[in-house]
Design a protein around this ligand. Sequence first.
Ligand code: 23J
Ligand code: MN
Length: 261
Amino acid sequence: MAGNALEALLQALASGAVKVVDLTQPLQAATPVIQLPPIFAPSKPFSMQEISRYDERGPGWYWNNIACGEHTGTHFDAPIHWVTGKDYPNNATHNIPVERFIGPAFVIDVAKEVAANPDFLLNEEGVQSWEKRHARITPKSWVLVRTDWSKRANPQDYLNIKQDGAHTPGFHKSAVEFLAKQRDVLGVGVETVGTDAGQASNFDPMFPCHTLMHGSNKFGLASLTNLDQLPPTGAMVIAPPLKIVNGSGSPLRVLALVPAG
Ligand code: 23J
Ligand code: MN
């Protein structure tokens, strides 16, 4: 046991000294899907069709066919998702080195700002002020932004689409540039339907989080939940996407390991 880090971790899990928190939203037909401006092609929502259920179609077994876009529900964004990330080697779901799916979590809480302004954008100054209050963000870590947006249970409130498009929080390009270039993160995770703000099709550059994160060979995690159960520092996130060959992303289960107490 002494010197065996994995055995120590397993013991901590067994004793409850380390807890597992599920950061995943349920995946079902009602799961909200991003609504881009109508000039862009849409993504299919999740659907499920029964193959058999202990019946004449299969007397001893239950199973379903499923369909959805890669970017449905709680999902992973690979660098190849964006034109700025298209030329990196090993930039798709099947060939990203698996070590890069696991890292420490730094959780930036902007729930108060977002409650006052659904279009709130986290900027570089916001990240640096968080670092002064908590800790410097270390390389190869996940930065998760807590907005409490996932508490909006009704898909209409979650997507928050008005006449001029979606109004959901996100990043100012200054924060994305800082996290990617000055802090060398694995990627960012958010509670909203995508990693960019609802109004980000009107930003310069368009969709700055996608443009700059994937342009730096980094990842995105969208539609996370339960970020309010994480400490600002000290948790670990495990987020491996499905091994879709040349996939741009995939739905996934995201787990956090959190020290108890
Ligand atoms: C395509 C275009 C714009 C956006 C997105 C996809 C996503 O948010 C996504 O799920 O990657 S903003
Ligand atoms: Mn996506």
